[in-house]
Design a protein around this ligand. Structure first.
Ligand code: MTE
Ligand code: MO
Length: 475
């Protein structure tokens, strides 16, 4: 469904439903299935065989969708086919037995009342049996499917992973990176609070014992790496703030973590990148693709094949057992989770998932500022209060943040310290709030001297810009 949804509809869904878009999609699918079921049920009153065929066709469609997924096997057709067969048979039996159901009252569904004949009793028995079966399936199905899912879950394999000590540890965070203000998120986003964006309805379960990474394409020597081999390599740590291109001004799709991983540049040099190549096309276990400019991997920044996030193996939702993290590029062009394949290629030869849907090939993160305190539309007591937030301009770094109230003069906010240029930066300004309704605006300047432009630009096709503003009432 997701892969076939037109881009404008996807953008609408992300904008309207945010991180709930998957639940909305699943609910929509449930409504569509229920509607189909009602239509088939109505059809079954006249033509049980047709309705049963329709039911089977729907199951077949599900089976085809399942087996054509990138990582699918023949067995993935079994649940849909089995469900369709059982459903079609049940529908056939229930509606086929309809004339013998022996309703005792006149009913539009079961026809005129009649005496209890033996075959009617048999029909009723069949109906009750069928209904009981359906109830058992409805009640027992979810726990059974959960059991099957958990049997396939890699959570226990993840807990068994022992991350090695980094060959090069990141320096401890300098004092004052975290202003620790109420309402302002911590400098390091805890894993459980980290945003999640991907096209996966079911989280890919990639067993580290079976995981391999293949590096091929325009290289001198293709490389294949197992998870154990990867953990034995010299790993490094780096603080990187990840940002999604779908993040609107003021939006939540940004998070900061300390990543542990193997420098990608060294790995690619090992394979020997051939002249003429300009794209690193990475592929995930579930077939999603990502195009990263080779230049941005090889220019000296800390692009990582990451296995650790804030001192733990990657959470399954964030790409366990391995993912890419490249500072300075939006996630769709740099941050492949559940990565299994790296192909050195050219932008002219292959298009990655979101590029095929109109997003930019080269996707450096734009400078952005978010006001976290006070929250929009808050009522505050008058007097001294804190205005605080975060700004980011990965690779360039934040040089200044300014705040103004009601279009007045810009005032310099106090900047927190940062470990480098690749993370967001907290800031705070004290404001003496007078009663009334006020608009607070903030903007950042990066270390190249460029200040954020005021005009709001939506995320498509290369990231949002504009000043964030919040309106509050002081009483
Ligand atoms: N396999 C896979 N990796 C993916 C994606 C995806 O859809 N599938 N989405 C990307 C996008 S758009 C973003 S912003 C980041 C988000 O990473 P996170 O979910 O760990 O925050 O993952 C990237 N990696
Ligand atoms: Mo994204």
């Amino acid at each position: 469904m997701i892969d076939r949804t037109p881009e404008w509809l996807k953008r609408f869904a992300i904008r309207t439903f945010g991180e709930n878009d998957k639940q909305i999609l699943l609910a929509g699918i449930a409504v569509a299935v229920a509607t189909t079921a009602v239509l088939l049920g109505l059809a079954a009153r006249r033509r049980p065989a047709w309705a049963a065929a329709g039911m089977f066709a729907a199951g077949l469609a599900g089976a085809v969708a399942a087996v054509t997924r990138p990582a699918a096997g023949v067995l993935d057709a079994v649940p849909s086919l089995g469900g369709a067969l059982v459903g079609a048979a049940l529908l056939w039996v229930l509606t086929g037995a309809r004339p013998a159901l022996g309703a005792t009252r006149e009913s539009p569904l079961f026809g005129p009342a009649g005496a209890d004949m033996p075959e009617q009793r048999a029909g009723r028995r069949l109906f009750l049996l069928g209904s009981a079966g359906a109830v058992v399936a409805a009640v027992g199905g979810p726990p059974l499917s959960r059991m099957l899912r958990e049997a396939r879950s890699v959570e226990s394999a993840r807990r068994a992973v022992r991350l090695p000590r980094p060959a090069r540890t990141a320096a401890p965070l300098p004092a004052g990176t975290d202003l620790r203000l109420p309402g302002l998120g911590p400098f390091v986003t805890p894993n459980r609070d980290f945003y999640r964006v991907d096209t996966a309805l079911v989280l890919p379960q990639v067993d580290p014992a079976e995981w391999t990474l293949r590096i091929h394409g325009l290289v001198e020597r293709p490389v294949e790496l197992s998870f154990d081999e990867l953990l034995r390599r010299p790993l490094v740590e780096h603080d990187i703030t990840l940002t999604c291109v779908s993040n609107e001004v003021g939006g939540p799709y940004v998070g900061n973590a300390r990543w542990l991983g193997l420098p990608l540049a060294g790995l690619l040099r090992e394979a020997g990148v051939r002249a003429g190549a300009d794209q690193l096309l990475s592929r995930s276990a579930d077939g999603w693709t990502c195009g990263t400019p080779l230049e941005s991997v090889l220019d000296g920044r800390q692009a990582l094949l990451a296995v650790g996030m804030n001192g733990e193996p990657l959470p399954v939702a964030n790409g366990f057992p391995a993912r890419l993290v490249v500072p300075g590029l939006y996630g769709y062009a740099s941050a492949t989770k559940w990565v299994v394949d790296l192909e050195i290629t050219c932008f002219t030869d292959s298009e990655a998932y979101w590029v095929a849907r109109g997003y930019a090939e080269d996707a450096p993160i734009k400078t952005l500022t978010r006001i976290d305190v006070p929250r929009p539309l808050r009522r505050l007591p008058s007097g001294r209060t804190m205005v605080a937030g975060v700004s980011w301009a990965q690779r360039r770094g934040i040089a200044a943040v300014e705040v103004r109230v009601d279009g007045g003069p810009w005032r310099q906010a106090h900047l927190a310290s940062v470990p480098g240029t690749d993370t967001w930066r907290q800031w705070v300004l004290e404001w003496n709030a007078a009663p009334g309704t006020h608009r607070i605006e903030a903007r950042a300047t990066d270390t190249t001297g460029a200040t954020q432009p005021p005009a709001r630009v939506p995320p498509f096709p290369d990231g949002a810009t504009g000043w964030h503003s919040v309106v509050v009432t002081v009483i």
